[in-house]
Design a protein around this ligand. Structure first.
Ligand code: BTN
Length: 236
C-alpha cells in the first residue's frame, strides 16, 4: 500500500507525465514520478525549467480529499523538502516566499516548487532541485517515517514522498511546521518589494508566517497585512 515511485531516465516533464496519466489511471495518494532528465520542464506559469545534469525533478499527486487542510500544499511541500534536505545535507535551507528553495546563509536558489490544482482531480506538486552537489553520503543511518533509507539516486525523492505522506496523517503540528518555516524565511525582518498579480509593486517588511501559511507583512504606514501564497514575486 506504499504509493509507487516511478523512475525514468528521461521524460519531457514529470508534471505532465502524471497529469496525462491521471486522466485514465487510478493512482494511490502521493504517487510520485522522478526523472533523471527533463527535456521540457515547466516552471511557474510561463517559465521553462532548465534541467542541468544531476538535477532532481519530481512530481507527486495529491487527491482532493487530502487537500482540505488549513495549510496550502506549497507550504507543506516546502516544509517536506527543507526537512529532507537538511537531514541529508547537514546545512540549513530556507524559502524565498512562497515557491523558491534557497540556501539560507547565501540566499542562493537551489530549487523551486510548482503546485498545480487540477480541480476535482486534486493537486500536482512539482519539485525541482539543482543538485550539483556530491552524492549524499553519511546519511545511511537516517530514517524517515520509520523506514530505512534506500541507497541510490532515489534517496531524496523517497524521503520527500514519505514526509508528504506524513502530512496526510497529520504527522506534524501546524504550529511546529510554521515555526520551522518561519525560522527559514529569506529576508525576514527586512523591507522588500513584491508584485501581486497585475497590481504592481508594493513595499513591506516581512514579519513572518501567518497561521494559514500567508506571509505577514508590515506596510510603510505600520499596518500589517497578509500576502497569499499566490504572490508572483518578492524582491529585496
Ligand atoms: C519554479 O518555477 O521555481 C518551480 C519549478 C518547478 C520545476 C519542477 S521539476 C519537476 C516538475 N516537472 C516540471 O515540469 N516542473 C516541475
Amino acid at each position: 500500500e506504499d504509493p509507487p515511485l516511478f523512475h525514468f531516465s528521461e521524460v519531457p516533464s514529470t508534471q505532465n507525465w502524471l497529469k496525462e496519466r491521471l486522466e485514465s489511471n487510478a493512482f494511490p495518494p502521493a504517487t510520485a514520478v522522478v526523472a533523471e532528465r527533463q527535456t521540457a520542464g515547466r516552471g511557474r506559469p510561463g517559465n521553462t525549467w532548465h534541467h542541468l545534469p544531476g538535477n532532481l525533478a519530481m512530481s507527486l499527486w495529491i487527491p482532493q480529499d487530502k487537500t482540505r487542510m488549513a495549510l496550502p500544499w506549497t507550504i507543506l511541500t516546502a516544509h517536506s523538502v527543507l526537512l529532507v534536505l537538511e537531514r541529508a545535507m547537514g546545512k540549513v535551507f530556507g524559502i524565498k516566499y512562497p515557491n523558491d528553495i534557497i540556501i539560507l546563509e547565501s540566499g542562493l536558489k537551489v530549487g523551486g516548487i510548482l503546485v498545480e490544482s487540477m480541480g476535482e482531480k486534486g493537486d500536482l506538486i512539482g519539485i525541482g532541485l539543482n543538485r550539483n552537489t556530491p552524492p549524499i553520503s553519511g546519511a545511511g543511518g537516517m530514517v524517515v517515517s520509520g523506514k530505512p533509507l534506500p541507497p541510490g539516486p532515489l534517496e531524496l525523492p523517497f524521503w520527500i514522498q514519505n514526509v508528504i505522506l506524513e502530512h496526510f496523517g497529520g504527522g506534524f503540528s501546524a504550529q511546529d511546521l510554521l515555526s520551522f518555516l518561519d525560522d527559514r524565511l529569506l529576508w525576514k525582518g527586512q523591507w522588500i518589494s513584491f508584485s501581486e498579480g497585475g497590481r504592481g509593486a508594493r513595499i513591506g517588511k516581512i514579519l513572518g508566517l501567518g497561521e494559514r501559511g500567508h506571509l505577514r507583512v508590515l506596510d510603510p504606514q505600520g499596518i500589517e497585512f497578509l500576502l497569499p501564497v499566490t504572490v508572483r514575486d518578492v524582491r529585496r
